[in-house]
Ligand binder design. Structure first.
Ligand code: DCP
Ligand code: MG
Length: 587
């Protein structure tokens, strides 16, 4: 790309803004829970000290009971705080994930075709699902742990040292050991995470391609090969993931060993100090509990780091989607004086990323309002590419395309595309009813309008015979329909919009000649005044057009009526001759 555009940086934290109340409440409630938890060992040590004080049973009972009741009450309050903290954290993290996914999806919808092609479908799916889940989990962890860990760490330390300063030696030895383990883990796991996500992309791509291309795979009994391809992607994904998991499963026991050794050390030192009458036995028990909280806090920190490093990889991938700006940006023209005209002016075109090989070169022609212009030429000569430039699916590399007298680059993209119905070469149907499929882009159409469009497209003849007529369910990609039926539904969809310009990209190829003729007649009568641009392979389909554009190797070799072309254009005459021989023009 020529321009090195400055990319808009998007901070994902801005997705937390709407949930700021939850983001504050959750840690606060968590702080309440932690505070209460930190008091418990002290209260417990009081009970222990009291019971071994040698006083009479009757004397200690009231204090033990009262302290016990206080502990119980505190546990209840702490539990409530904990539950509310979890609730608010989930509200924030789910909201965050939901908004992020919606924006990501909207962005994908806005991107130009060349951009979605570049990301690949598999990767976009992973980014919008798995990667966003990793981010959502991080939000959850941070809200829950970010306050809990330091509070346990500092609180536990202070409480423990206040019982006896000599416990500080144990802390001094154990905490750095835990920290070293955490650092080692982060250092090894971080680079792996972005690899893991890439491998998952590959797995998703294979699944996606094979599910949508299941028919081809089966027709060529290629399942073994595809399963092999899947196994490769899948095992690579597993190996990467496995490495991270092995790392973590090694580290947890090591951390537990350090923790248990520290507890033993506390008991040893505490026992010694208690014998010297420096502290009470209850205090030693409390100190051991505080120590476990401190070391747990270090583990929590490691957990936060682990999730952060995983989420960092994901954040980069999600931001890459959010930060891409559609390459094709519309202008601001929404209205023009002319209606239904198309003009190509010295247009050359190469597909982005195709190292500049021209698919179309220096093409100029003009289509007037209400005309029917056909495009003919051998397969791969650039017909689809040519008409794709009209709704600006791609930009020309040189020259300009004008619709209604306005350069397509100046049109607001939506306004431009609303004028045009594009019936694609490969009819794309979605899961839903026949009606849903016809009304895409025209959802508010009345039953009469839908029926009329279907009649023009010769679709009513078979739809009216279906069990639920227009409410018959069509499976994903229209697999429950024949090729010609799909084409006619796609044509009805194009007609229903009542466009200024309708483009048929070989859209009647699966119809027999008489049905095709009926469709063409329907269009002429039903869409009077609409400009028709029609790609076709058969001379029979194009001979009635006002003008025929003959394309050869990306160049326009002639642009005239059938009769004139039969006189002057050799390429056209060749096509005619070959089809007469094959008997395709059975008129
Ligand atoms: N091409 C490409 N990238 C794309 C689509 C096509 O590089 N995304 C190339 C393949 C062909 C050339 O562009 O060499 C012209 O392709 P068209 O689809 O425009 O060809 P036709 O529509 O004329 O062919 P057909 O009659 O088979 O539909
Ligand atoms: Mg084509």
């Amino acid at each position: 790309m020529k321009k090195t555009e400055k990319k808009k940086k998007i901070k994902l934290t801005r997705y937390l803004k709407p949930y700021w109340v939850f983001c504050i409440l959750s840690p606060l409630l968590m702080a309440g829970e932690v505070l209460i938890d930190l008091v418990q060992p002290t209260l417990m040590s009081e009970i222990v000290n009291e019971s071994i004080s040698g006083k009479a049973f009757g004397d200690i009972m009231p204090k033990v009971i009262i302290t016990g009741l206080i502990m119980l009450g505190l546990v209840a309050v702490g539990g409530l705080c904990g539950a509310l903290s979890a609730f608010t954290a989930s509200a924030a993290s789910e909201g965050f994930g939901d908004d992020l996914r919606r924006d990501g999806f909207n962005k994908v919808m806005s991107l130009s075709l060349q951009q979605t092609d570049k990301f690949t479908t598999g990767s976009l799916v992973t980014r919008l699902t798995n990667d966003i889940v990793a981010l959502r989990d991080l939000v959850m962890t941070v809200l829950r742990m970010l306050i809990r860990a330091p509070m346990f760490l500092v609180g536990g330390l202070v409480m423990c040292l206040s019982l006896d300063v000599s416990f500080g030696y144990v802390m001094l030895a154990a905490i750095p050991m835990q920290l070293v383990i955490v650092v080692i883990m982060i250092k090894f796991s971080h680079p792996i995470y972005s690899k893991v996500q890439k491998k998952l992309d590959a797995v998703n791509s294979v699944v996606q391609e094979n599910v949508s291309g299941a028919r081809v795979v089966k027709a060529y009994t290629n399942e073994k090969f595809e399963i092999g391809r899947f196994d490769k992607a899948n095992s690579e994904y597993r190996d990467q993931n496995y490495f991270v998991l092995k790392l973590f499963s090694l580290i947890m026991p090591v951390m537990m060993i350090v923790m248990n050794m520290a507890v033993v050390a506390i008991i040893l030192i505490g026992g010694y100090r208690a014998e010297a009458q420096a502290i009470n036995v209850g205090d030693v028990m409390a100190a051991a509990q505080y120590l476990t909280r401190v070391l747990f806090a270090v583990m929590m920190v490691s957990h936060i780091f682990q999730q952060t490093s995983r989420a960092q990889a994901s954040a980069g991938r999600v931001r890459e989607v959010l930060e891409s700006e559609p390459v094709i940006k519309g202008g601001d023209v929404r209205e023009a004086d002319e209606k239904g005209t198309v003009r190509f002016e010295n247009v050359s075109f190469a597909y982005p990323g195709s190292s500049g090989v021209d698919v179309l070169s220096n093409i100029s022609f003009e289509v007037k309002k209400g005309e029917t212009v056909a495009v003919i030429g051998s397969t791969g000569c650039g017909k689809t590419s040519l008409v794709s430039l009209i709704p600006r699916f791609y930009d020309t590399t040189e020259g300009n395309v004008y619709v209604d007298g306005v350069n397509v680059k100046d049109w607001d993209t939506d306004a431009l595309r609303r004028k045009i119905s594009f019936v694609l070469q490969k009819s794309e149907l979605f899961s839903g009813t026949v009606r849903d499929n016809i009304t895409i882009g025209t959802e508010d159409a009345s039953d009469e309008e839908i029926l009329r469009a279907a009649e023009i497209a010769q679709a009513d003849t078979f739809v009216s015979k279906m069990p639920n007529k227009y409410y018959t369910y069509v499976a994903e990609k229209g697999t429950s329909l024949s090729g010609g039926q799909k084409q006619r539904i796609a044509i009805a969809r194009g007609v229903l919009r009542r466009p200024e310009i309708i483009i048929f990209d070989d859209s009647t190829s699966a119809l027999d000649l008489s049905t095709e003729a009926k469709v063409q007649q329907g269009i002429r009568e039903g869409l009077e005044g609409t400009t028709v641009i029609m790609i076709a392979q058969r001379i029979a389909s194009v001979r009635n057009a006002d003008k025929i554009a003959v394309i050869e190797n990306g160049s326009l070799v002639a642009f005239d009526s059938h009769d004139n072309l039969m006189e002057s254009c050799d390429t056209y005459k060749d096509i005619y001759a070959s089809q007469m021989k094959g008997g395709a023009t059975n008129e």
